[in-house]
Design a protein around this ligand. Structure first.
Ligand SMILES: *Cc1c(COP(=O)(O)O)cnc(C)c1O
Length: 392
């Protein structure tokens, strides 16, 4: 039965998306990016599914996110690339988390923690190639690589990877970044570093920019079945959206023409008709900006949201249709089944599908379908159906 507020995650779709992206990218390695609770889908079940589907690396922003994976018993390689300025890397090194580092300062911090532990830290160096977020600036490459080589020789760390990130601004901008990245990789080799993992592409470049693939791609949005492009849908890319956000009609009422709805009476009923109350609001990640523009599916019929989306609820105009308390409401899911997509909501709210799924809040129960054995935590929801064999 549909939950009150529920995000159903089809792990069979995640599995198929990872397998498809692996095949399209054709790289020796594929990193499944599961930061931010796997873009709202649940880090541990998604990570397990992605690994089962052939991903051999996991990527997160913070060390804490990597530790969550380790605590769940996931021992696959994990890269964490964004760090507190005062980070203590001791636990990360102890738990064999690979550290993406963007400065000489971080290299020294890691070396110090490794020395205290008597262990060798595993490190990927991040190069600045155009985004201007983190990454070592080109003028500092020589000095930073020399320091890394020196720390390698001292037995503190090993540089096993070099990476950067693209802005996806334009083909020309990407080509420029790739060129800069290649200069960095060559200089690292000249300095005596021998990283085997060279990675630059996220989903967009993994799909469209073969020159950016190198030895590994880092795919996030694609494994969730969403398109990073405005001009191609999930289906165009051979991907299946994994998350369905749904709930149940909490109340139905009949209103007369002229009745106002929700805060500020942004909408007034043009004619007599029925309204359905849906118990999801902006606290649950339903974007308030989509007030009056988004639509939902109730029992196979499309209905528009009317009035302001509130913190906990919104109202749908169902006209003369017979909607009943308890009926299933689908906010978004796989558009091939006739429901809106996360991208439709993004368009309605003036944002991107990444933000729609990632912001689904804590009150929304996650449930899992079509799990590979153990991927959803051993409970095998959905009957433990094998990927590809799902019937839901
Ligand atoms: C989030 C992120 C990714 C994944 O990007 P997608 O567009 O979701 O595939 C890859 N690399 C880095 C550094 C990231 O921060």
């Amino acid at each position: 039965m549909t939950g009150y507020r529920e995000a159903v995650v089809d792990l069979g779709a995640v599995y198929a998306n990872v397998a498809h992206l692996r095949q399209v990218a054709g790289t020796p390695h594929l990193m499944a990016v599961v930061k931010a609770n796997a873009y709202g889908h649940g880090a541990v079940p998604v990570a397990r599914t992605a690994l089962a589907a052939g991903a051999d690396w996991l990527g997160v922003a913070d060390v804490d996110e990597a530790l969550e994976l380790r605590a769940a018993g996931i021992d696959a390689p994990v890269l964490a690339w964004l760090h507190d300025p005062d980070a203590d890397f001791t636990v990360a090194i102890t738990r064999s988390i690979t550290l993406g580092l963007s400065s000489a300062r971080q290299l020294r911090q890691v070396a110090e923690a490794a020395a205290a532990l008597g262990r060798v830290a595993d490190v990927h160096l991040k190069l600045e190639t155009g985004l201007n977020r983190n990454g070592v600036n080109e003028p500092d490459w020589a000095e930073t690589f020399a320091l890394a080589a020196q720390l390698e020789q001292a037995g503190r760390l090993t540089v096993t990877g070099i990476f950067s990130h693209l802005s996806n601004a334009s083909p020309v901008d990407d080509a420029e970044a790739i060129e800069r990245f290649e200069r960095g990789v060559a200089l690292a080799a000249d300095t005596g570093l021998a990283p085997s993992l060279i990675h630059l592409a996220s989903t967009a470049a993994a799909l469209r920019v073969p020159a950016a693939r190198f030895s590994m791609v880092r795919v996030g949005i694609g494994i969730y079945g969403l398109s990073p492009f405005a001009d191609q849908t999930s289906r165009d890319l051979g991907l299946t959206p994994a998350m369905t956000l749904r709930g149940r009609v909490a109340a139905v009422r009949r209103v007369a023409a002229g009745a106002g709805v929700s805060y500020d009476y942004l909408w007034r009923a043009p004619v007599d008709g029925y309204l359905a109350l849906v118990p999801l609001g902006y606290a649950d990640g339903v974007p308030r900006q989509a007030s009056g523009t988004a639509w939902v599916d109730i029992s196979g019929h499309s209905h528009p949201l009317v009035g302001r989306i509130a913190m906990d609820q919104f109202v749908v105009s169902v006209g003369q249709e017979r909607v009943t308390v308890g009926d299933e409401v689908v906010l978004f899911g796989n558009p091939e089944t006739g429901v809106p997509s996360a991208t439709d909501w993004a368009d309605a709210a003036g944002t991107i599908n990444y933000e729609i799924v990632t912001r689904i809040g804590r009150r929304v129960t996650r449930s899992y379908r079509n799990a590979v054995d153990g991927a959803a935590g051993g409970t095998r929801p959905g009957g433990g159906v094998r990927p590809g064999g799902g019937s839901r």
